[in-house]
Write a protein that binds this ligand. Structure first.
Ligand code: HEC
Length: 138
């Protein structure tokens, strides 16, 4: 599945109704978050680009998993696996992570190098009795 198919799925499955036609975020009363970074270009600091899962996430598989489990809100579980690949491709394309014709499937999705892949501090190995990290979850 590619971003081209994803653009159609995005409209057909109602994402645009909450997140805006271009992923710019919803207006009241449906204040769904932006899905596309604000600044154009490939080299935006992911931490400066607001909370944009399809840009900031360290792994593309996390984006697929989030959409698969959590979206569309109130109709979770209604998307096929291919629709989720298409939507993931669309959102990664809109965030300058992949090209418009990049095919995402079970093999290629884990190979995507996210721009913030190395931007996360490593977690210490958990040991029994270890306290939660300060401020966790955030
Ligand atoms: C009924 C409104 C609604 C619809 C329809 C909807 N969403 Fe969402 N979406 C939300 C809300 C609200 C959140 C924030 C949820 C939260 O913070 O717990 C969200 C969060 C997200 C996020 C995570 C954003 C981030 O940076 O954390 C993604 C990705 C996403 N939606 C994709 C989609 C896709 C793809 C579709 C279409 C299949 C879709 N959404 C349909 C309301 C909606």
């Amino acid at each position: 599945m590619t971003a081209v198919e994803g653009a159609r799925v995005y409209l057909r499955t109602g994402c645009a109704g909450c997140h805006g036609r271009e992923g710019e975020g919803g207006r009241a009363p449906r204040r769904a978050p932006r899905l596309v970074k604000v600044e154009p270009g490939p080299d935006v600091d992911p931490w400066a680009a607001a909370r944009i899962l399809p840009y900031r996430s360290p792994y593309a598989t996390t984006v697929w998993d989030y959409i698969n489990r959590g979206m569309p809100l109130n109709r979770e579980g209604t998307l096929t696996a291919d629709e989720v690949y298409a939507l993931t491709a669309f959102l990664l394309y809109k965030n300058d992570v992949i090209a418009e014709d990049t095919v995402l499937d079970a093999q290629s999705l884990p190979q995507v190098k996210m721009p913030n892949r190395d931007g996360f501090a490593p977690l210490p190995d958990w040991q029994p009795g270890m306290p939660r990290l300060p401020g966790y979850p955030y």
